[in-house]
Design a protein. Structure first.
Length: 160
């Protein structure tokens, strides 16, 4: 079964609540929001269903906004490992190896070039919720890279 970390599910719900939805708006979702404190992950289809519900209620742009609210700390152990990277490309190297901690529905693939590298998100957008989740993922990726750029220089030195 494909799954998504509960921390990502919780982040989406909290952002939707901040943007005007109420707890009652989430009645009927497959993974009830009252249960999220007791579980570690949700089925991926529940996660995508949540994206679709919020998109219908709030409208376009939510997935980008929720991605912009992500913080390195939201990724747990993986996010901690990003803080020790000596260069930005290392974030994707670690993501390729460890992204399964957050989800087994997709992975990043990096093609390294001499001057330009290409990053691919390998997840087929077979439904609207997947498309919206992909948007949030790319938005969050930008935020993570921007946060990395502002980490203290000393934490980027591999020799310390």
């Amino acid at each position: 079964m494909n799954y998504i970390s509960i921390s990502l599910y919780r982040k989406i719900i909290n952002q939707a609540l901040n943007e005007g939805m109420t707890r009652d708006d989430f009645k009927g979702v497959s993974t009830p929001i009252d249960s999220i404190e007791q579980i570690q992950a949700v089925p991926a289809n529940h996660f995508f269903e949540l994206h679709e519900l919020i998109d219908r209620e709030i409208g376009p742009g939510f997935s980008v906004r929720v991605g912009q609210q992500m913080k390195i700390e939201d990724y747990g152990v993986l996010g901690l490992s990003w803080k020790t990277c000596s260069w930005a490309g290392e974030i994707f190297d670690r993501s390729e190896r460890y992204f399964m901690l957050l989800s087994n529905t997709y992975f990043f693939r990096v093609e390294k070039g001499a001057e330009i590298s290409h990053v691919y998100l390998n997840r087929e957008a077979h439904q609207t919720g997947v498309e919206l989740s992909n948007e949030a993922t790319f938005s969050a990726t930008v935020v993570v890279l921007q946060a990395y750029a502002y980490l203290p220089l000393i934490s980027k030195w591999p020799y310390l």
